[in-house]
Design a protein around this ligand. Sequence first.
Ligand code: THU
Length: 160
Amino acid sequence: MKNININICVRVYSYEELTDEDRALVDEAKQATYRSYAPYSQFNVGAALRLNDETVVTGSNQENAAYPAALCAERTAIFYANSRYPDHPVKALAIAARNKSGVFTDKPVAPCGVCRQVINETENRYKQPIRILLYGRQGVYAVNSIQDLLPLQFNESDME
Ligand code: THU
């Protein structure tokens, strides 16, 4: 028997401590929460992507009376970016959410498992790590790759 020890690094910043570039992307994600369609959960999530050419693409969660038909903010943004700008790699992603009371969550909201898999596919597609910023009023979590949120991930190479 042997162990595989996985070293994950999550950096925690105050909002004020962020670089101008990171803070601007977080602000875009926060703004995107106001364009969410979430009448069922009343949990408004916003996502903002920065592409290599500095284009910013945003998305928000889009719910449906048939609940499973809904789409998370992260995938709304990624699928739009990849379909509108297929030749532009994604370099960063910020996520923010407001709860039922309409206020931003104290703790950062992390992407769901399905979104992590889609972020992973995007890293592999463009062969470039994606910096991920998770906004919370108490602090902003930052990781430099989906590898830190989805270790031991399933990739195309696993099918060879
Ligand atoms: N949601 C997202 O958009 N992103 C996440 O990272 C977590 C959850 C959405 C899905 C659903 O519309 C609502 O939040 C409640 O789960």
